[in-house]
Every structure is written in C-alpha cells, then in structure tokens.
Design a protein around this ligand. Sequence first.
Ligand SMILES: Cc1cc2nc3c(=O)[nH]c(=O)nc-3n(C[C@H](O)[C@H](O)[C@H](O)COP(=O)(O)OP(=O)(O)OC[C@H]3O[C@@H](n4cnc5c(N)ncnc54)[C@H](O)[C@@H]3O)c2cc1C
Length: 317
Amino acid sequence: MHHDILIIGAGMAGLSCALHLAAAGLAPALIDKGRGPGGRMAARRVAIGGADVSFDHGAQYFTARDPAFAAAVAAWQEAGAASPWPEAGEEAFVGTPGMNGPLKVMASGLAVRWGVRALTLTQAGDLWRIATDAGDITARTVLVAVPAEQAADLLRDAAPDLAASPASIQSAPCWAVLAAFHAALPLSQAAIRGDGDAAISWAARNASKPDRGGAETWVIHASPTRSRALLDLPKDEVAAILLDDFWSASGLASLPPTLHLDAHRWLYALPQVAKGGGPARFDPALRLGIAGDYLHSPRVEGAWLSGRALAETLLAA
Ligand SMILES: Cc1cc2nc3c(=O)[nH]c(=O)nc-3n(C[C@H](O)[C@H](O)[C@H](O)COP(=O)(O)OP(=O)(O)OC[C@H]3O[C@@H](n4cnc5c(N)ncnc54)[C@H](O)[C@@H]3O)c2cc1C
C-alpha cells in the first residue's frame, strides 16, 4: 500500500493535522492502533443493568482559549459532538455523547485505518517504509502524531535529530478508575480536585456530563505519585485501592456497593512540554514530521494546535 502522506496516530493532533492538510487540497491517509477514535480522549461503553453507559476514562473536559480552536469547538457543538459542562467551570466543554465525539466527527471524512499499529520506520530510496502489524506501507511523507515516548521509539533509528525532543519527555502515568454505584452518592459537587499531595487528583460524576446515561457513574484519577506507586499492580487490585482513596477524599461516611468497577492504566497520560522548537517539527529533507500535545501543552487544545502547526509547516515547505 502506498500513500503520498501518511499520518501515524489519529488522536486529536493527527486528526487536526489531517483536516488542515485536507482543507488545503491534500489527501493524507491515517493509521491508528486503536479500534476507533479516542486516543487519550477515549470513551468506554459498558452495559450496566441492561443500559448502555459511557465513561470518559482519559481527558475529562477541555477549554478553548485560542480563537481558531474555539471556532472548531463551536462547529463540534453545531454537529452535536460537544457541549459545555459547567460542573468543571464556566469555560469547560466535553465531547458528546462521549469524550471522543469531536474525534468521530473529525475522522468521518478522512481515510483512517483503525486497528493498525506502526512498528518501524525505514528509508527506502526517496520513500519511507512503515512496517505495521497489518503489512508494509510506503509513503513519501510521514507525520508522527503519537505520545512522546512512542514517537521517540518509532523515530530513534530513522531520524535521531527529530527523535531528540520526544526522547527528552517523560510523561506522568495515570491510573483511572471507572465506577458505577447502586445509589447516588450524597455529594453536592460533581467534581473533586485533589491538591499536589493527594492520592486522588480528580474524581467526577461522569453521569453529570450530557448524554452519558442515567447510572451513577464516577471516573477517578490517581495523582502521578500514586499512579507510579501502583504502576505494576493488577488492575482489579488498583481499582479497590483507589476506590478506598476516593472514599477518603469524598468525606462520605460510607460508599454504596459498586455495580461496576474497573481500572485503566494510562502509561503516558500527561507529558511535560518539549523545550524550544515550536509547536510542531517538520524536516523537509527527510519529509518527516511530528506533532502532539508534548510540543505545545498537555491538553486537548494543545494537541489540536500542534496538529494544525504541523500542517502549516508542511504546506509552507
Ligand atoms: C487521564 C488523562 C486525563 C486528561 N485530562 C485532560 C483534561 O481534563 N483536559 C485536557 O485538555 N486534556 C487532558 N488530557 C490530555 C489530553 O487527552 C491529551 O493532551 C490529548 O488528547 C493528546 O492528543 P494527541 O493526539 O497528542 O495524543 P493521543 O490522544 O495519545 O493520540 C495518539 C494516537 O496515536 C495512536 N498510536 C500510538 N502509537 C501508535 C502506533 N505505533 N501506531 C499507530 N497508532 C498509534 C493512539 O492509539 C492514539 O489514538 C488527559 C489525558 C489523560 C490520559
């Protein structure tokens, strides 16, 4: 299979880059190892008591400060793919009906192959050969839009200079707990934020977000320190430990029994930001580029802006 431009990673950065290239008349192809749109804006659907319930276990909400990103958010709202979520603040938005709503809309007009993982990148004449778990792909231009550590792995041998900035990043991990309770928790607030030393950095009543279904669902995030301490434990054990931490943080006398309890480990949840070099990198001689939140800011908006910056740099080159 051959493409003129291949983007590896169809999260917010990769899709933003692809849409900006498509708007300029190019036809990028994308591959993503995930089964569908999500990346770190994933939503997991679970059947609870016969009802279909969705949990946002990665990013919780996003804000829009840049005018161009704010316009994109307004378009997602028009399309029914995003909505304000005042519980997290006046400027907070969430995807609808799950956090990946905007990504679904973005991906819908693009050539994305889901469930395809890039393994290695090698030069073959003036083309790149991308070995994947679904066979080889060749491309003239390759844009890598995956978390920093994974970008460094892909690029280390093929382009050591380009690999240097992602290789300098250490992302904080995050254990996320997905809990549904038999009864509503008697808490007035829909979100609890932990301070620097707290075991729980964030917990939110997922059901208070629009279109999430009626069950009493919560998503609980462990702090980076707590996540590192529990990093290699089995997820069921982690879920039980963090549920206890959440109970302490909530101040409730007791928690009702859980209807559903699961945990997900994000190894590369929140990156530091690479120093210098701008919000994206493109090497015109190699025809190889990188984008991602780690080049701008560790947020949904940062990923979108980085993807756009990569498209603009490529178009200018
Ligand atoms: C627990 C958690 C909480 C967060 N909370 C917030 C928040 O409240 N607000 C906020 O703004 N941001 C938050 N973020 C950060 C936000 O989710 C990210 O900044 C943003 O989604 C990053 O987008 P991206 O496209 O750069 O990376 P990703 O979303 O990670 O996308 C990368 C894509 O590349 C794919 N991929 C990786 N390797 C390969 C490979 N070898 N081959 C093919 N595909 C590959 C992945 O499947 C993925 O879809 C949170 C993140 C986490 C994990």
